[in-house]
Design a protein. Structure first.
Length: 400
């Protein structure tokens, strides 16, 4: 059987990089279908892998930078300078400076973590002469609305005594005044485009604190405190800049960093795949594919809202191509993905095991799951190729 199969997964957060996932699935496909042509399109969504993917796609360069990490300690982060013509463009992912993977598991309190290092990365890009900056939002470990980032850029967030507030989402309820007068003036001369989950908003029942706070370790009481702080923060941004961002598309991206980037860096937010697809050759490869296999660590009712599997699958469905999704876990509401491009899904975990074991064996599990999916597909194809047996009819004299 000769098929062209496009492997277009996301990474498995805190387990496998998108390149690891792509290689494992491709190996599984080839085990079942040695003659298959396998095309690889590792998909990045603004989170981990965004910078390297765009640097590699444009033959750019990667640069290390020591910045303030999400818990206030120095971390080694990085940004890229993209190749090609046009404006001198820097690319960075907020996860390199304030990602969840940089927050120790015993310190996962989003009320205390900061986006300060993201601002420092932006300054490093300016130091390298960037005329344009692309920023990927995803995989964050923060919930400070980009306040720390704003402080790094020079904004002053003051309490009632005129003193700078500290780091973290809990501090936002203490802000009495925002003074933007000392923000780095170089920002006025660059364009900043940000790849975000367009469905994420800052405030309310669908806001970043209530939807993502618990995933980052917040208790119900802490979620309420974070929401209160973000409401105060949004009100003061409105008073200071005239921007009402609480319900704007993308304003809740990466713990509200989208809001801070618009308010303090003059950034423009974009649906993240509108940015990514400009640089990855996904559409060209899709035109050649007979089947798409995508994957993500978790597939559930949130997947249709800006997650890689459904974004990939919708594009495939528009071209009349079917998509199989593999996932580490299958969660509540997963059947909604079937109305959003996915044609079939399966968990890579076939027997009960601990999270640590699943992470440790993730590559092997993915490879086997991809092979199993292909073998099931082969069975289905062979069944459709067989003539359907027609029952022999009894002679008329035998009837009645």
């Amino acid at each position: 059987m000769s098929f062209t199969i496009l492997v277009a997964p996301s990474g498995f957060k805190e387990s496998l990089s998108v390149n690891d996932v792509t290689r494992a699935i491709s190996a599984g496909v080839r085990s079942a279908l040695p003659a298959a042509r396998v095309l690889e399109a590792p998909m990045v969504d603004g989170g981990e892998g965004f910078t390297k993917a765009l640097v590699n796609a444009t033959k750019g360069t990667l640069h290390k930078a020591i910045v303030t990490g999400p818990v206030g300690c120095p971390v080694t982060a990085f940004f890229g300078m993209m190749g090609g013509g046009g404006p001198r463009t820097a690319v960075l992912e907020m996860a390199a400076a304030a990602g969840l993977s940089l927050v120790p598991k015993d310190r996962r309190n989003p009320g205390r973590t900061t986006s300060y290092g993201v601002g420092e990365l932006i300054l490093r890009a300016l130091d390298h002469g960037a005329d344009r900056i692309l920023i990927g939002c995803g995989d964050s470990g923060i919930n400070d609305g980009g306040a720390g980032m704003a402080q790094a850029l020079g904004a002053r967030l003051l309490d009632v005594d005129g003193q700078e507030i500290g780091f973290g989402g809990y501090e936002l309820s203490r802000i009495a005044e925002i003074d933007p007068s000392e923000i780095d003036t170089r920002l006025a001369d660059v364009s900043i485009d940000v790849a975000v989950n367009w469905h994420n908003v800052l405030l309310g029942p669908n806001g970043v604190a209530r939807v993502f706070g618990p995933q980052k370790g917040a208790t119900p009481d802490q979620v309420d405190a974070l929401e209160t702080g973000l409401e105060r923060y949004a009100d003061l941004i409105h008073q200071t800049t005239g921007l009402d961002l609480g319900q704007s598309n993308g304003s809740g991206a990466s713990g509200g960093l989208g809001t801070g980037l618009v308010a303090f860096a003059g950034a423009t937010l974009h649906p993240r795949f509108d940015i990514v697809m400009q640089y990855l050759r996904f559409d060209d490869m899709l035109d050649k594919a007979d089947l798409v296999i995508t994957a993500e660590g978790s597939l559930d009712g949130q997947s249709p809202y800006g997650k890689v599997p459904c974004e990939v699958a919708r594009r495939a469905r528009d071209q009349g191509i079917q998509t199989i999704a593999l996932a580490g876990t299958i969660g509540k509401g997963v059947h909604e993905t079937l109305d959003n491009g996915i044609d079939a899904f399966a968990s890579i975990i076939k027997r009960p095991c601990s999270l640590d074991e699943a992470i440790h064996k993730g590559e092997k599990l993915l490879r086997r799951a991809a092979e199993d999916a292909m073998r099931m597909m082969i069975v289905g194809i062979r069944l459709t190729d067989r003539p359907v047996p027609v029952p022999a009819q009894k002679p008329l004299h035998a009837l009645g």
